[in-house]
Design a binder for this molecule. Sequence first.
Ligand SMILES: CN1c2c(nc(N)[nH]c2=O)NC[C@@H]1CNc1ccc(C(=O)N[C@@H](CCC(=O)N[C@@H](CCC(=O)N[C@@H](CCC(=O)O)C(=O)O)C(=O)O)C(=O)O)cc1
Ligand SMILES: N[C@@H](CCS)C(=O)O
Ligand SMILES: [Zn+2]
Length: 759
Amino acid sequence: MSQIHLLGFPRIGAKRELKFLVEKFWKNEIDDAALQAGARELRQKHWLLQKGAGLDISPVGDFSLYDQVLDAQVLVGAIPRRFGFDARTLSSEQYFQLARGNAQQHALEMTKWFDTNYHYLVPEWQADTTFAANPAPLLAQVAEAQALGIQAKSVLVGPLTLLWQGKAKQAGFDRLALLPALLETYRELLAALHSAGVQWVQLDEPILSLDLPQAWLDALADSYRQLAQSPLKLLLATYFGDVSAHAALLKTLPVAGLHLDLVRAPQQLAAFLQGWPQDKVLSAGLIDGRNIWRADLDAVLQQAEALRAQLGDKLWLAPSCSLLHTPFDLAQEIKLDVDLKSWLAFAVQKVNELKLLKRGLQQGRASIANELTASNFAREQRRTNPRIHQVAVAARLAALQPGSDRRSSPYPLRAEAQASWLKLPLLPTTTIGSFPQTAEIRAARAAFKRGEIDAANYEAAMKAEIELVIRKQEALDIDVLVHGEAERNDMVEYFGEQLDGFAFTEYGWVQSYGSRCVKPPIIYGDVARPQPMTVSWTVYAQSLTSRPVKGMLTGPVTILQWSFVRNDLPRSEVCRQIALAINDEVLDLENAGIKVIQIDEPAVREGLPLKRGDWDAYLAWAGEAFRLSCAGVDDSTQIHTHMCYSEFGDILPAIAALDADVITIETSRSDMELLRDFGSFHYPNEIGPGVYDIHSPRIPGEHELEKLLAKALDVIPARRLWVNPDCGLKTRGWPEVEAALQAMVNVTKRLRQQLTASV
Ligand SMILES: CN1c2c(nc(N)[nH]c2=O)NC[C@@H]1CNc1ccc(C(=O)N[C@@H](CCC(=O)N[C@@H](CCC(=O)N[C@@H](CCC(=O)O)C(=O)O)C(=O)O)C(=O)O)cc1
Ligand SMILES: N[C@@H](CCS)C(=O)O
Ligand SMILES: [Zn+2]
């Protein structure tokens, strides 16, 4: 009998229970026992939900209080020595300090998990890294599942992926040198799981979708030959891309099963089916784990039937990847348009789709005839729905001429035009846009949404907040101000709510990092901007001060990347549509006298295809979309962009080709390492390397800021250097923000004096 299973489930909970639980612990409102009990309850709820939906086997180990890659580091006993913690006796407080930093130590670096909007904590690898199996946390969860009568499939980050996703902390250190010791630890973990009665272990190796050096492929083959000596059945899970280049190798590995992402890379199937070893399970990832569209049940069943004919019971069915990346349950969306709702499936619905596929395979199509009819109807209704297509949007796109995306003059001329009115000091200071989204701001928005306060009251509350932010920045003596983004729930959702072609949910939360979630809008139709989205707030902020206020927009690539995107058009075309909508806003801001405008593009790097061969095409359309979004502005209008949590080293020419006048980037967690790349590339325009990490509650010391700025001045000439934090300040509290910004301004002023004196 074919099994159905999940690679992972959204642990955050239907109502973000995990977020609220963890944040209560951080605020000392609950103790560790309550934290653990709450987490246990959530896990149990999710397993029972899966069991109720007919899953044969459930993932255990996909749950995490913060991040599964951090948990993997704890499991193998390899937490950075600089913290002085012992993984085996790690307290919850210490666990969260690894993730969020403490007074002495900065947090583990955080970066994007492949091409998703999920952020993981980066392991730190060095020659003296040691490992020690610490299976207790995982075994406890296995026991919880077993107590509920759940057949547990343990989920672990695979050893090669764990090593690859970590960073070598010493120049020239080869992470593979750690593999033998790490494998020994995995063997111990597997032995412990076996003793606990586990039969299947899923080892996630998504790095197989990347371009891996041969040495890593050889190491992977070798490792799995060793690990497969365990009496456990190993399911090697690949996802996010095509791994057919390794088909021959993967088919010969002595693992019990292999998972393939057949949504992202359906074309890879042929390479695997040819000569598929009879004794191996093929887990077919046929349900989209990265998007929210309802499956075309008929088409997927056809695929499954064909596979079943060849593989028999060795066929397993699953979503393409962990459901961590999808929202929890569509049933909660009672306000969503009914047509649109009928086109969607969230995690719970995807589990149900698997159940139907299994029934269809086992009992024949007639057993799911009604569901097939409903699915076909939804597909047809979506395809022909008039709200999806806007003639004017298509016409505007078609009218674009080559060069429509270029500014009229090159950067040096623009810089002169901007300097002549901006008259900024050397090393101008600014922030990235958001200021603390306090509980009061969110409560006001929640009350407005519930109809408890009217629009006028809501607007007054937000304007009061904007005024506070302006006054505080003036008092801190910051040079280029922002309005603080109080009125925005999220930098993408806010725009999605105001653009045609977008729908938004009430509870469609997806974990972004730690306790932080995002609610990606759904792009279902052609995109256009019916009316200005930010102008009145920005103009209001500018009316309060004589200093320049930066207009603040989210760029087209980021809006695309952080939304659930329609799958009936190429992403490049959807992106171009968004670019034109943002361009309307840019020109309106400029007309209203806002002549410094930031277009945030933190997701450019994340959108990069996993295989290098696909990079150029992506960078060409993504770059064009960014440039289109700011096309047509005057030379004297200064365009900023901002990017965070990304490795840019390998795409610097494309970043430079965006031709923003100023770019602010995250660099502080990596100790300005990133900036070195910008320096050696001779990045031509202005640049503001983030001088402190805003994702940690830690306040930077002035000495530390001085050192970072000195490093920055080593590679960027002073006249092109800006000073700013890493990213927006929305997640921080006011006392930290004021203290940190004060330190930043103090250090900048001292440095300015020194630089002026030395000229
Ligand atoms: C910059 N980043 C972003 C990414 N992706 C985005 N889509 N947006 C981003 O900003 N990816 C990379 C990084 C990730 N960083 C972050 C940083 C911070 C958050 C975050 O703070 N998320 C919030 C949710 C934000 C939000 O939409 N808030 C809404 C709803 C607030 C809410 O929960 N209200 C409560 C009631 C409140 C009350 O009554 O007091 C409720 O509805 O129950 C809003 O402000 O209106 C989070 O809390 O997780 C995310 C990614
Ligand atoms: N302007 C946004 C950018 C975040 S990446 C903010 O400041 O929050
Ligand atoms: Zn940012």
